[in-house]
Design a protein around this ligand. Structure first.
Ligand SMILES: Cc1ncc(COP(=O)(O)O)c(C=O)c1O
Length: 395
């Protein structure tokens, strides 16, 4: 049998191709400083393209429901083994479609509906799914929050301990969406032990930095560690869940499939395998170190224009520049203005923000994407200068 094209391009109006091409160019042709984004390598993208779409990969490796998926068993097993080796965990799962699904599956595995869970508040840099009622976790569970310190916007472990002992949650979520400092994982472990809680670390933002030992790892301290694989990790849009006991791992697996999801996306599995392979190389670690260097240089350049940076700087791939307090303009205005200049960022609340979520006082700036490109120090300084001047000009 020969390969056939199902629909040739001549039979369509090429509308999708035009729209998608425009969408891709709108990012590629601008300076992408959105901290949540990245660009997988050609190796990862090529492996994803190689994976066929015409396969139903449902169930777990060695226990599939459809014929034709057995070759993907080897891909999934490779991912599991590589992820566990890379991060030093006993167990790994690559079934969750997205980290937000992973978080729900993990919460279902460790707590009963109605149980209290404790997460970092959004304005303090926490992820909405583990700290608000907007996500299903917040609808099924009783979500309480902790904050950073009001004095310096850093994590204050005495304060977190106080909150945990007061709330007595079943799960404490650690990890963040937009905190630019490293976490003290042994401190979080001891707080969880004192409160009788499971510790779940969501390292979506920083997984690549942790894999390369640029930041400290929670894996030995948390009951479960999980992350979105497309940010600093530089992979496809998937999720990796790591656990240290077979009991917890099994409970999570059954919550992910069959309770929460159906089949696995073959191209995502392929992309994860390729990213995990890359993550063991010296070039990958070199890239991760470069990400932090670029992030720090950008933060210094923005601060040099007289703009405040939350916590005064950064240890990781991103940071938050603060809008002047004496003006009417919000971070939303600044981000739109920067976007018109060809610089992509995102608005975000700052700790104890006086502005609404949609206006916000923080401009989040990240280096994961541009650290892949050949950008000189002078260019970085020039970008930082433009950002700083734009923020200062908005009163
Ligand atoms: C801490 C954290 N967890 C999860 C996610 C989202 O992951 P996904 O898009 O895979 O659901 C984000 C995205 O920004 C995040 O910052």
């Amino acid at each position: 049998m020969r390969d056939i094209a199902i629909v040739t391009t001549q039979e369509t109006g090429n509308i999708a191709r035009t729209l998608v091409g425009r969408a891709a160019r709108s990012v590629r042709e601008r300076t992408n400083l959105v901290a949540a984004t990245n660009q997988p390598s050609d190796y990862v993208l090529n492996c994803m393209r190689l994976a066929t779409n015409s396969v139903q990969v449902e169930g777990y490796s060695g226990n599939r429901f459809h014929e034709g998926a057995e070759a993907y068993d080897a891909v999934e097993r490779f991912c599991i083994k590589s992820a566990a080796e890379l991060f030093g965990s006993k167990y790994a799962s690559v079934q969750a479609w997205r980290c937000t699904n992973g978080l729900l599956g993990v919460t279902r595995a460790l707590a009963k509906p109605g149980d209290r869970v404790l997460g970092l508040e959004c304005a303090s840099g926490g992820y909405y799914a583990t700290s608000t009622k907007a996500h299903l976790i917040g609808k099924l569970y009783d979500v309480a929050t902790y904050t950073v310190s009001e004095s310096d916007c850093r994590l204050d472990y005495d304060l977190i301990r106080e909150r945990a002992l007061h709330e007595r949650p079943k799960i404490i979520f650690a990890g963040d969406t937009s905190h630019s400092r490293d976490w003290n994982w042994p401190a979080m472990r001891s707080i969880a032990d004192e409160a009788g809680a499971y510790l779940v670390a969501d390292i979506s933002q920083t997984a690549g930095l942790i894999a390369s030992e640029v930041l400290s790892s929670p894996v030995q301290f948390a009951d479960v560690t999980l992350f979105a694989t497309y940010k600093t990790f530089r992979g496809p849009h998937g999720c990796i869940v790591l656990a240290n006991t077979g009991e917890i791992w099994k409970a999570i697996q059954s919550r992910l499939y069959p309770e929460l999801q159906g089949s696995v996306v073959a191209s995502t599995l392929a992309g994860l395998a390729a990213t995990l392979e890359e993550a063991g190389t010296p070039e990958y670690a070199e890239y991760q170190r470069h990400v932090v260097d670029v992030s720090r240089r950008l933060a210094e350049g923005v601060a040099a224009q007289g703009v405040e940076i939350v916590t005064g700087g950064t240890d990781n791939h991103g940071f938050i520049a603060v809008m002047p307090d004496d003006g009417n303009s919000s971070a939303a205005d600044a981000c739109q203005m920067l976007s018109r200049q060809g610089i992509l960022t995102n608005k975000t609340p700052i700790p104890f923000d006086r502005r609404s979520l949609f206006a916000s006082s923080g401009v989040r700036i990240g280096a994961s994407y541009i650290a892949n490109l050949e950008v000189s120090d002078d260019e970085i300084d020039s970008i930082a200068g433009r950002i700083g001047r734009t923020i200062r000009s908005l009163h």
